[in-house]
Design a protein around this ligand. Structure first.
Ligand SMILES: Cc1cc2nc3c(=O)[nH]c(=O)nc-3n(C[C@H](O)[C@H](O)[C@H](O)COP(=O)(O)OP(=O)(O)OC[C@H]3O[C@@H](n4cnc5c(N)ncnc54)[C@H](O)[C@@H]3O)c2cc1C
Ligand SMILES: *[C@@H]1O[C@H](CO)[C@@H](O)[C@H](O)[C@H]1NC(C)=O
Ligand SMILES: *[C@@H]1O[C@H](CO)[C@@H](O)[C@H](O)[C@H]1NC(C)=O
Length: 364
């Protein structure tokens, strides 16, 4: 096989593994691509984060670099879906968002240190300051995003999977005890893409101790009689353990009420006191929801965001002997609470890494 025609094996079928597969298919129309995973769209497990996400686009990046770029590229893709009339197929729709903060803007983490600006200000159609008299009591300030996106994760994950299947990407269900075991079953692999999120804990041959879960508990409720016109978020900072959010999901997806961020907590159990507190905070933030006792609760959900000290890992690892000759491992995990909003940019970046490893003379 020529070096420009890789044989690609992807571990993981969350939003990250699936999106990477689709972008690699765009770059390598005829290359063999296989996704191997324990969980696929439709599964609901604490080991599979993607179905539990809100999900929306509300960037947390402020690095004046790669992470902002990943979020920008995904924003443009989501916009493209909506403009091309693919909203019902993909489950991605446009909606505004009101972000209420309980601290001065310099303390919220929404400003990029190097530029002193909110990097996505123009991208979302120009952030608008909410008038003082419209602020909830105790709030410091609030901004409206005129345009951003929300995602029905159930529809979207299914769509990604269908796209993969229709583009001759093979899918194989398997739990991998180790990477070496995988490579012995797929010996012609030349590029191995590691999109396992927190799954590393069950891979015996390699462990990334920088990974940790950030537990998120949410309540899925029915859509209220009064339509909710926008998404809401209230917090002292963009990333905070006590953030309250109300994300209506498009196309019959219900409304996701959150939230919490519990670093290092692996528990899949629902905490009923926390659920009651989330519902109370959300009703106070979003008047359309009405009173807590009026809500129809559909389910209580828990997901573990794949956090990583130092941020996501997107890099090529030098070959190791136990993986055999000719295999390059490209890591793509640890996207924390941004897996959807970064996904398309992440996949473009990873495709660039793959291309580099295939260049003649590449030492990787
Ligand atoms: C409450 C909550 C709200 C969120 N809200 C948002 C939001 O609004 N916007 C946003 O962008 N993001 C949000 N996120 C974050 C987002 O859900 C994650 O970043 C994203 O789902 C991570 O995707 P992933 O593909 O890396 O991991 P996962 O979805 O966990 O997929 C991992 C895959 O790897 C497979 N795997 C792992 N180990 C093995 C193994 N040993 N063998 C075989 N297969 C293996 C699994 O089976 C699975 O297929 C939220 C998360 C939570 C919990
Ligand atoms: C795959 O990713 C996990 C994190 O999800 C990491 O711990 C592990 O080292 C990676 N595997 C390889 C082969 O490096
Ligand atoms: C983890 O979260 C659960 C549910 O909220 C809680 O009961 C438990 O005490 C937490 N564990 C730790 C170690 O914080």
């Amino acid at each position: 096989m020529s070096p420009s025609q890789p044989n690609i094996l992807i571990i993981g079928a969350g939003v990250i593994g699936l999106t990477n597969a689709l972008v690699l298919r765009e770059k390598y129309p005829t290359a063999p691509i296989t996704i191997v995973a324990k969980h696929f769209p439709g599964d609901r497990s604490i080991e599979y984060t993607s179905p539990w996400a809100g999900a929306n686009w509300c960037s947390m990046a402020h690095d004046n670099g790669l992470l902002e770029q990943c979020d920008r590229i995904s924003f443009e893709r989501f916009k493209g879906f909506v403009e091309k009339g693919l909203t019902y197929e993909t489950g991605v729709a446009e909606m505004g968002l009101r972000a209420v903060f309980d601290a001065p803007i310099e303390q919220t983490g929404i400003i990029t240190e190097e530029t002193g600006k909110v990097w996505y200000d123009e991208l979302v159609g120009g952030l608008q300051h909410v008038k003082k008299e419209e602020l909830p009591s105790g709030a410091t300030f609030a901004v409206d995003f005129p345009q951003t996106f929300h995602i029905n994760t159930q529809t979207y994950l299914g769509w990604l999977q269908n796209q993969a299947l229709s583009k001759s990407i093979r899918t194989v269900r398997r739990h991998l005890p180790s990477l070496a075991s995988l490579l012995s079953s797929f010996p012609s692999t030349t590029i191995l893409l590691n999109c396992t999120a927190l799954g590393s804990y069950s891979l015996t041959d390699v462990r990334d101790l920088n990974l940790y879960p950030t537990r998120g508990q949410t309540v899925l409720v029915a859509e209220p009689a009064t339509p909710i016109p926008r998404m809401y978020l209230r917090s002292p900072a963009r990333i905070d353990p006590s953030t309250t959010y109300v994300f209506p999901r498009p196309h019959g997806g219900g409304v996701v009420l959150g939230g919490c961020r519990q670093d290092g907590n692996w528990s899949a159990d629902v905490d009923p006191e926390l659920a009651a507190d989330i519902v109370k905070r959300c009703c106070a933030l979003c008047p359309e929801l009405g009173r807590p006792e009026d809500l129809q609760v559909i389910s209580h959900n828990v997901g573990l965001r794949p956090g990583r000290k130092g941020g996501p890992r997107m890099e090529v690892e030098r070959r190791r002997e136990e993986w055999g000759e000719g295999v390059s491992v490209v890591h793509c995990y640890g996207h924390a609470g941004a897996g959807y909003q970064a996904s398309w940019g992440v996949a473009e970046h990873v495709a660039g890494l793959v291309q580099k490893t295939l260049e003649p003379g590449s030492k990787l």
